[in-house]
Design a protein around this ligand. Sequence first.
Ligand code: GDP
Length: 327
Amino acid sequence: METETRARLIRAGDRRALARAITLVESGRADHREQALALLDALRDPSRQALRIGLSGTPGVGKSTFIEAFGLMLTGLGLKVAVLAVDPSSSRSGGSILGDKTRMERLSRDPNAFIRPSPSQTQLGGVARRTREAVALCEAAGFDVVLIETVGVGQSETMVAEMTDIFLLLLAPAGGDELQGVKRGIMEMADLILVNKADGELLPTARRTCADYSGALQLLRRRPQDPTGFPKALMVSAAEGSGMTEVWAEITALAGWRHETGHHDRRRAEQARHWFEEEVRQGLLARLSADPAIRARMQALGDQVAQGMSPSTAAAQVLALLARGSG
Ligand code: GDP
């Protein structure tokens, strides 16, 4: 199909065209890559922006239940919601975190929602690019909110935070006073910490957990991109659907403030710069492994390094080869 036809269908909100375009950006084939880049260029329109929300939490914390409840609340407000998943570990099972059809069943039937499972891909660089481009496609297709879900495993959070406007961390109520081993780095990324399962017997524990995290967040250094009171911790029950409007109110307040103060544009500009540099890095790595001569040289130098050659000297030789190749 022609790029222009594809672009027109996507701009008109055609879901099948959108789904096919996401498949296209996921493809590793060189000719697909070319088509994907042409399509993304044709669709570029900085005036069509969605609110990009990242959501992280360990398996079992209630992410899909939350997305279903939150997503339905948003579509109930007349908003169009896209859900994407980042799961660099999904190659383990060959499946994906959104692959299970029973997840988000009601939301997946909602005509104003679009849910895209995570493809199984091992390389985080590949996942990042695919997700970023899928976000761009969803924005072009006119979605108001793009939710990006990720499992709570280290690097993927950082990656999602670097492509979203707002970052949510979902936690379960926990007994005792330990902060659930949540890494400081992840806490610092969060704009809102949501203590889920604040219902039934878990309510008192959820209350205590929420208070603990509120306290912990207040100890963090104030970030320039935050108005007073942020980041904050809230209680929700995804199962009962409680707290959803409050979460949305906090998100829109925060996003609104960042728009007015220029932090939104600045953050997106920084993110664009980051991903540009990352693409160059990834491209260089790809070239390193694609060129048989360079690969052989790396193998040989690797052996020499193992036997005592300076790693820096060896690396310089490889980089010199790359420079010659591009000359
Ligand atoms: P995910 O792995 O993070 O996507 O978690 P799920 O959404 O699949 O939920 C894991 C389990 O927690 C399921 O058995 C849910 O029914 C349960 N759960 C999710 N949200 C809530 C909630 O708000 N309250 C209670 N009590 N259970 C919940």
